[in-house]
Design a protein around this ligand. Structure first.
Ligand SMILES: Cc1ncc(COP(=O)(O)O)c(C=O)c1O
Length: 415
């Protein structure tokens, strides 16, 4: 009998009981706003910021309404102005171009390597050709480039690095945590990330002036002294009259549910990686499948898995996605002609060219590597509600359907 997978790919684990109890306590108190109540300096939002800063061994952290919002104010706080060019991975997700667009800047798309990371040679060329002074780096789907080499390029070209760590909370390069390399870094706590508050974002930096501006942008009014993981009030003073309020604060309720989850993050990373490795080992058995190589210097979080079918046509991949869906296995295909669900790609983000006449060829350098890689790239979530046995079952279904679709499409006949 044909096996079917019956669990949901969007079902996350319940929140830990401590998180539920903490949420109830906040609700009983009525003190949901971070600056209100009897002791805002020790409210959940302030404590979360202190705890996350400590987790990354950085001095400053700001809790925000979403990861995308954190990216937008990180760009502003780093000094990006309307019309500036921002180097970005061409393999990323819609909130990244959205954040660049929200500040009136223009993306310069940088090509993608077979490791699914930013192409560092192309980065250097793009920086030299365009003079762009900012890089918004997403470690997309948790794939981290050689960060030492990347910092070298940034230093040589005078680039300010802004890290998008939406997929790398808890990951590291040579033992140094993702989010600690740039001038500023942003994380998401949206439900499908590594800690879950429904929506939410965390911005971190070691730069006092950048942090002061970010706090003011986030809507602190003149209550910035109530932050704990932030610089002295005197650092804020030069920016008080020149930083517009663009409210996007996190509330105490979300912060309260995140604190206990942060304590479990490192354990959960091990749980994710056991599941990832089962899938990875099994998928390696197929001659059709290419997995993105993982550098030994990378400590990743296997909360999703990506693989390519480099010899396959679009029609064959479309048929595989459908066959897997019919058996309860949800694959996302980055090569699909139209954006679908959470998945879209660079050529779908036409809003820059559409409304800005100053966009020129320099803004859209050719990214042939990205186009080719994404055309055969598949992506699958690994929620922790899947057991290790579930991952074995998923791998079996994938391998069967890959073989079946390959035969149907006549792929690999002469292998
Ligand atoms: C690569 C990337 N960056 C940023 C974000 C933004 O996160 P949020 O949904 O919290 O705005 C996401 C969310 O999916 C993402 O995938």
């Amino acid at each position: 009998m044909t096996e079917r997978f019956n669990k949901s790919f969007t079902q996350q684990e319940s929140l830990p009981e401590e998180a539920i109890a903490a949420a109830v306590e906040v609700m009983r108190s009525g003190e949901l706003h971070r600056y209100g109540g009897s002791s805002p300096e020790t409210g959940a939002a302030a404590r979360l910021e202190q705890r996350f800063a400590q987790y990354l061994d950085l001095p400053y952290c700001l809790a925000c309404a979403s990861g995308g919002y954190a990216l937008a104010i990180a760009l502003r706080s780093a000094g990006v102005r309307p019309g500036d060019r921002v180097l970005c991975n061409s393999f990323t997700l819609a909130p990244v171009p959205g954040a660049v667009h929200s500040v009136g800047a223009l993306p310069v798309w940088v090509d993608t390597t077979p490791e699914l990371t930013i192409d560092l040679e192309h980065l250097q060329r793009c920086a030299e050709d365009t003079g762009a002074a900012f890089l918004l780096l997403s470690c997309m789907r948790g794939h981290i480039p050689d960060m030492e080499r990347l910092l070298q390029v940034c230093n040589e070209c005078g680039i300010c690095l802004i890290e998008d760590c939406a997929h790398t909370m808890g990951a590291a390069w040579k033992g140094r945590k993702s989010g600690t390399f740039g001038s500023v870094a942003c994380f998401s706590t949206q439900t499908y990330k590594h800690i879950n508050s429904g929506e939410g974002g965390l911005l971190v930096t070691a730069d006092p002036a950048m942090m002061a501006r970010a706090v003011l942008y986030s809507g602190s009014y003149m209550l910035y002294e109530r932050h704990r993981a932030a610089p002295e009030p005197s650092v804020f003073e030069p920016f008080l009259m020149t930083t517009p309020n663009q409210s996007g604060r996190m509330d105490n309720l979300r912060a309260a549910v995140l604190l206990p989850q942060l304590e479990r993050l490192d354990d959960n990373i091990q749980r994710w990686n056991r599941r990832y490795q089962i899938l990875e080992q099994r998928l390696r058995q197929s001659a059709d499948v290419t997995l993105a190589p993982r550098a030994t210097d990378e400590s990743y979080v296997g909360s999703s898995i990506q693989f390519r079918l480099p010899q396959w046509t679009g029609d064959a991949i479309g048929a595989l996605v459908k066959a897997c869906r019919d058996r309860g296995v949800e694959l996302k295909w980055f090569g699909a002609p139209l954006p679908h669900g959470y998945t879209s790609r660079q050529d779908h983000w036409q809003f820059f060219g559409a409304e800005d006449p100053v966009v020129d060829a320099g803004t859209h350098p050719e990214v042939p590597g990205n186009r080719e890689i994404l055309s055969t790239l598949l992506d699958m979530r690994i929620p922790l509600t899947f057991s290790e046995a579930d991952c074995e079952c998923l791998a079996s279904i994938l391998l069967e359907e890959i073989q079946g679709s390959a035969q149907a499409a006549g792929i690999g006949r002469d292998r």
